[in-house]
Design a protein. Structure first.
Length: 402
């Protein structure tokens, strides 16, 4: 009942928003999944450069991650949507499959060919579905290895080297994705496995590579004492208890403020190579797309192209950095000009090139809870990895909607 009331309330609010905003062709409305500060940065850049040049005003409203997916689905059902929206990496494909979003490849084929060339393929592969693209990458978040240089002069290059360090008492924590599919995925890919076949038509999680990866993941926790909870891992990194942290790139800007006494004593490295010889990391991020209901589709795409400009992405990086966060631009050309430490730039650039995002398979978002269940059954409940992956393989196949 509560959910029903909440849904009705959201529908009424959306209808109110629709009725009260001006239906003007010289205004673009954007919903931005993220902070109010980020939404303000987007609006400020539009006011400064885009509006004077194009004569189009941009209104940008922030929505929190916790409510965004539901809000979008409610708005789609009620046909009350903004012109553009930023959203989770796989959401645009989901919403596009429901007929709610513009297929940018079909509508702007020549422009999209150039945009695709400019974007890291590692993240582009997660937004392309059956040659359709409903959202262009807005930013990226990638897993990297943080290490204390004063305690570990040479970061581990392979799984074996990692285990050797752990045996010596150099502890590691998985700060992003502990006991979750995000934390497990790099090990799966580094072992040579994957969730689906390359065409996305069948699950491929029941394989010797996946079994090897899950066994290794289990050993990290139950033999080498990687903590199941990542709570307060920064304090462990600071004290030296956990001199290895596998986490997202956002710590690059927050660590210097949180622990200035460690200046020069820590750095970042690529993830260790698995049995396949790959260092594949997980890459996430947000996309920006255009809703079909927009009366300003051409102008909305102009704004997407505006956000893809190297000089604009550098400004976004600089503004976001002021709040101790990190914006990683998806445009490859930006990286030579990015105002970031050279040692960090090199590692981030290489890790992004050797990364994978969530599978571009309809049904994946509904499947993640079963992936997490299988992982936790093995690590926490000591169940057999092979049996768990066999059950998971069947479930993933059932949920494929391609």
């Amino acid at each position: 009942m509560k959910n029903c009331v909440k849904t009705i309330f959201m529908m009424l609010m959306l209808i109110f928003f629709s009725c009260t905003r001006k239906e003007q062709s010289d205004i673009l409305t954007i919903w931005h999944v993220g902070s109010e500060e980020e939404a303000q940065i987007i609006k400020n850049l539009a006011d400064k450069y885009f509006t004077p040049q194009e004569g189009i005003k941009v209104l940008c409203e922030s929505i929190s991650w916790s409510e965004a997916h539901t809000k979008y689905l409610t708005a789609i059902a009620g046909e009350v949507l903004p012109d553009l929206g930023t959203m989770g990496l796989t959401w645009a494909t989901e919403f596009g499959s429901k007929g709610a979003m513009v297929d940018l490849n079909e509508t702007f084929p020549e422009d999209m060919k150039q945009i695709e060339k400019n974007i890291f393929s590692s993240i582009w592969n997660s937004v392309k579905w059956k040659n359709k693209v409903y959202g262009v990458p807005f930013d990226m978040t990638v897993q990297i290895l943080y290490y204390r240089k004063d305690l570990i002069p040479n970061p581990p290059q392979t799984w074996n080297e990692l285990i050797s360090l752990l045996k010596q008492g150099r502890k590691m924590v998985i700060g992003w994705g502990s006991l979750d599919w995000i934390g497990f995925s790099p090990f799966l890919w580094q072992a040579g496995g994957d969730y689906y076949t390359s065409d996305g038509k069948k699950s491929n999680i029941y394989s010797k590579e996946a079994i090897e990866a899950l066994k290794f993941f289990n050993e990290l926790y139950n033999i080498y004492k990687v903590p199941r909870s990542a709570e307060n891992f920064a304090a462990g990194f600071r004290s030296g208890e956990y001199p290895l942290v596998m986490c997202g790139n956002w710590l690059i800007n927050s660590f210097p403020y949180e622990m200035p006494e460690l200046e020069g004593k820590w750095s970042i490295a690529l993830l260790p190579k698995g049995p396949s010889g790959k260092r594949t990391s997980f890459i996430g991020g947000r996309v920006i797309g255009i809703f079909k209901s927009s009366k300003n589709i051409d102008k909305a795409f102009k704004f997407i192209k505006f956000l893809m400009k190297p000089e604009i992405q550098i400004e976004i990086y600089n503004e976001v950095a002021k709040s101790k966060n990190v914006y990683l631009p998806p445009n490859i050309a930006v990286w030579k000009q990015l105002p970031i430490k050279e040692e960090f730039r090199k590692v981030l650039f290489e890790q992004i090139k050797e990364a994978k995002g969530p599978p571009s398979v309809l049904g994946w978002d509904d499947s993640t809870k079963y992936v997490v269940e299988a992982i936790q059954n093995v690590v926490v409940l000591n169940k057999d990895p092979q049996q768990e992956l066999q059950k998971l393989n069947k479930k993933l196949n059932e949920l494929i909607k391609n």
